[in-house]
Design a binder for this molecule. Structure first.
Ligand SMILES: CC(C)(COP(=O)(O)OP(=O)(O)OC[C@H]1O[C@@H](n2cnc3c(N)ncnc32)[C@H](O)[C@@H]1OP(=O)(O)O)[C@@H](O)C(=O)NCCC(=O)NCCS
Length: 176
């Protein structure tokens, strides 16, 4: 597969929003009810502009079209887009903290072709280069399958509220 992996820019944001919606609606449909996905798209799933500013969010392009995105972070926020309420831009300490893996979404037409894996390997190697020895993330149920394949261990399940009376199940995952 001929693809290009590059840092995301502000100009990508509208495209990424559409990609994230398509990815979550289609690839999340086997694990979640539509109201859970729509609720999550209000904040839990989305682009975090801070990562673009930090240069730690990436896109994968095939023939000039963005078909996947994902990033890592040296900041405390564990998950969520710009509209997510619980955000903390405080910097993590690589000596004591785990870097975050954030917001992986692949175009449903390009799923299971190694794009998620390529993004994750890039994020891990950049985090390692910044001195981090551990990674942590809040995964969706479809994310768990990717992350487990790359050595992440599932921890506790979290039922996160995304709309009145609606929660979505996420799983905390860690890798040393
Ligand atoms: C999770 C996601 C990013 C994976 O992306 P992807 O590009 O399809 O993953 P890859 O092709 O790189 O998969 C790498 C490995 O992970 C595992 N894997 C990934 N998706 C899987 C699935 N649906 N079922 C079983 N194993 C899976 C496999 O071991 C796979 O290797 P293989 O294809 O050689 O068997 C994608 O399914 C997605 O966008 N899901 C919807 C959005 C979402 O929930 N994102 C996670 C946010 S935490």
């Amino acid at each position: 597969m001929q693809y290009r992996l590059r840092p995301a820019t502000h100009a990508d944001r509208d495209t990424l929003k559409l990609l994230i919606e398509r990815s979550a609606r289609k690839l999340g449909a086997g694990d979640y009810r539509p109201e859970q996905i729509e609720g999550a798209l209000q904040g839990a799933f989305g682009v975090d502009t801070q990562l673009i500013d930090d240069g730690t969010y990436f896109v994968v392009e095939i023939a000039g079209k963005i078909v996947g995105c994902g990033g890592w972070s040296r900041r405390r926020t564990l998950f969520g887009g710009d509209r997510h309420a619980e955000r903390d831009a405080g910097e993590l300490d690589p000596r004591t903290d785990a870097a975050r893996i954030r917001a992986f979404f692949v175009d449903p037409d390009h799923a299971r072709r190694g794009i998620g894996r390529a993004l994750l390997e890039r994020c891990e190697s950049e985090a390692r280069a910044r001195g981090f020895t551990r990674m942590e993330l809040m995964g969706t149920l479809s994310g768990v399958r990717l992350y487990q394949a790359l050595g992440y261990a599932p921890g506790e399940a979290v039922h996160y509220p995304v709309a009145p009376g609606v929660t979505i199940e996420f799983v905390r995952m860690r890798k040393a």
